[in-house]
Design a protein around this ligand. Structure first.
Ligand SMILES: Nc1ncnc2c1ncn2[C@@H]1O[C@H](COP(=O)(O)OP(=O)(O)O)[C@@H](O)[C@H]1O
Ligand SMILES: [Mg+2]
Length: 256
């Protein structure tokens, strides 16, 4: 049966960064392939009109574990929006892919009832600047409270120990937002995308370092019940309003 499960039971993961090409669909497809190996099939919801995640799903070989796809970018005149966006009742994990341009209303809709929000970032100065804007909007527009610990960054296409990676790490550290994984720049991601599979479905010896990083992301995502629990029972991580104001100021005046 297709009906949205109770929100408190649904692990809704949102992958977001208005910068095109930063690795949103790569992360969404790889995470959904990992969750597909579990007992209950995950659902992916693609809000990007480019439809990369839906196209990946169409290429997916039929003998691999099922992933339920929802083309949220298609707006139907025949059905209500909530009917269009329904997911199978048994779904435990929903992974949301987002488009390159997101206005404030879209941002609120995308992140509503999310358990985790991942921001993939390429470590170049321009991308770090765009990501800082995105993080500022998440905190100030979508009102994501850092005490909920649902926001994390995945550094993508990195080469080790570059100046820009260090800069990204220092910047996020100052905001108390963790970098939970660092994905290297490798053809493995390109090749898995072409085949409609995830890194976890490729030959393990070929993808070992990449799979380790994807598993780090999954482990962090799986900790959402504990993160939710601790955010309701503690206020030890401050809201840091001053840091948020500084972030907004910096992103407005381009000094990140
Ligand atoms: N770590 C990586 N190594 C190599 N290529 C990558 C990596 N991450 C993404 N890509 C490639 O970069 C392009 C853009 O990535 P994509 O996930 O589609 O970005 P977005 O969804 O944010 O626009 C794709 O061709 C993808 O295969
Ligand atoms: Mg995409």
């Amino acid at each position: 049966m297709l009906i949205t499960p109770r929100q408190d039971k649904l692990n809704k993961i949102v992958v977001l960064n208005p910068k095109g090409g930063c690795g949103k669909s790569t992360l969404v497809t790889n995470l959904s392939a990992c969750y597909a190996a579990r007992a209950t099939p995950p659902a992916v919801m693609d809000y990007d009109p480019q439809g990369s995640t839906m196209a990946w799903l169409e290429r997916r070989p039929g003998d691999l574990p099922t992933i339920h796809g929802i083309a949220a970018y298609k707006k139907s005149m025949q059905a209500t929006r909530s009917w269009q966006l329904r997911v199978p009742n048994e779904t435990e994990t929903l992974i949301v892919d987002s488009p390159a341009s997101v206005d404030h209303n879209d941002l609120r809709e995308l992140t509503r009832d999310s358990t985790s929000i991942l921001v993939p970032v390429l470590p170049s100065s321009m991308d770090i600047h765009a990501a800082s804007r995105c993080i500022a909007d998440l905190l100030l527009v979508a009102k994501i409270d850092r005490r909920d610990r649902k926001l994390a960054v995945v550094a993508n296409r990195t080469r080790k120990n570059t100046k820009s990676l260090g800069k990204l790490m220092r910047f996020l550290d100052s905001l108390g937002i963790p970098i939970i994984a660092v994905l290297r720049d490798t053809q493995n991601f390109v090749s898995s995308a072409e085949q409609g599979i995830g890194i976890c479905e490729m030959q393990p010896s070929r993808v070992k370092p990449d799979l380790e990083q994807i598993e780090k992301v999954v482990n962090w995502l799986d900790s959402w019940p504990q993160r939710r629990q601790s955010s309701t029972s503690t206020t030890s991580i401050g809201k840091r309003p001053a840091a948020t104001r500084t972030l907004l100021h910096r992103t407005q005046f381009g000094s990140v």
